[in-house]
Design a protein around this ligand. Structure first.
Ligand SMILES: Nc1ncnc2c1ncn2[C@@H]1O[C@H](COP(=O)(O)OP(=O)(O)OP(=O)(O)O)[C@@H](O)[C@H]1O
Ligand SMILES: [Mg+2]
Length: 283
């Protein structure tokens, strides 16, 4: 558990830690490449620079991301909005180290993901990032508690640590009474709460939630967003969430609008309200 705890240390330590596991000093090169004077306070947990992703379908290029620049502050709650097909999930895959950009760079805690080998990337994904999906993606044959403790096993936690932390997380999402239930015995909202607890298992710096309310009714969806916001406030975990529902935006610190593979606008909910107010007033 010692390693999992270290992930909540300041980024300078995280860097040192990442460098310790980095074989051959590849990460050190990445750190050196980051503009240290500009980000010396390690304020940013994610930095994307000119990130492009081109897919190919039937020999034709599909430009899913066309050069995204995005800085996300530690502890921020940021919502990514945009039409279907605009590139939100592709951007999540890049930030989460699940796919590689065709061009550009993603830094997590100032570590350039492209410089990591498969082992280092798996280490970073396991300890620094929690993932939440629209379809919950729980393992059907495992109980709620087993689903939550699984990432801790990968991180090398002892059985005692797994049980203690797993139960604490279940309490946090108010499901301790359901710990032995399998996903099929839980409602959609309850499954998503288990998935949220699982995402937090190794005290990640970032939680990536791709349309976490997409399969839930309005009321349940709102309670999931409120839970994410509470966890964000209480633990300081950075939340990056994609949503189609603009009623979910009020809880965000910032909203990024993705259109056709680019960040079109970045604004606070207050700025958005003001803008909408102005627009309404004009009509
Ligand atoms: N694996 C893939 N192969 C080819 N094209 C892909 C692949 N994944 C995504 N795309 C294309 O990239 C573009 C962006 O897709 P993406 O899934 O990122 O959109 P999105 O904003 O998440 O949409 P939604 O709101 O519907 O989830 C789309 O044109 C999509 O068809
Ligand atoms: Mg998507």
């Amino acid at each position: 558990m010692a390693q999992a705890k270290e992930t909540s240390m300041p980024a300078t330590s995280n860097l040192t830690e990442a460098n310790e596991v980095a074989a051959g000093g590849a990460t050190a090169t990445a750190v050196a490449a980051a503009p240290a004077e500009e980000y010396s306070d390690q304020e940013y947990v994610v930095r994307a620079r000119n990130v492009k992703r081109v897919y190919e379908i039937g020999g034709q290029p599909v430009h899913a991301l066309r050069g995204v620049d995005l800085d996300i502050k530690r502890g921020e709650y940021i919502s990514i909005m945009g039409p279907s097909g605009s590139g939100k999930s592709t951007l999540f895959n890049m930030i989460g180290g699940l796919d590689k950009p065709s061009d550009g760079t993603v830094f997590i805690d100032e570590v350039d993901l492209a410089q990591l080998d498969a082992f280092e990337l798996a280490w970073l994904r396991c300890r620094k990032i929690g993932y939440i999906f629209q379809t919950f993606n729980l393992i059907p044959v495992m109980s709620a508690l087993e689903n939550i403790t699984l990432p801790m096993i990968f991180a090398g936690a002892s059985l005692d640590e797994q049980m203690e932390k797993g139960k604490k997380l279940l309490q946090m999402v108010e499901l301790e009474h359901r710990m032995h239930n399998k996903p099929s015995q839980l409602s959609g909202g309850q499954q998503q709460r288990v998935a949220i607890a699982r995402a937090l298992a190794n005290d990640p710096a970032i939680v990536l939630a791709d349309e976490p309310t997409g399969n839930l009714d309005q009321k349940t969806g709102k309670s999931i967003i409120e839970l994410l916001k509470r966890l964000n406030r209480e633990s300081g975990v950075t939340i990056i969430t994609a949503t189609h529902d603009d009623k979910m935006l009020a809880t965000s610190d910032r909203i990024a609008w993705v259109i056709d593979g680019q960040i079109h606008r970045l604004m606070t909910p207050a700025e958005m309200d003001m803008e909408r107010g102005t627009v309404d007033g004009m009509h």
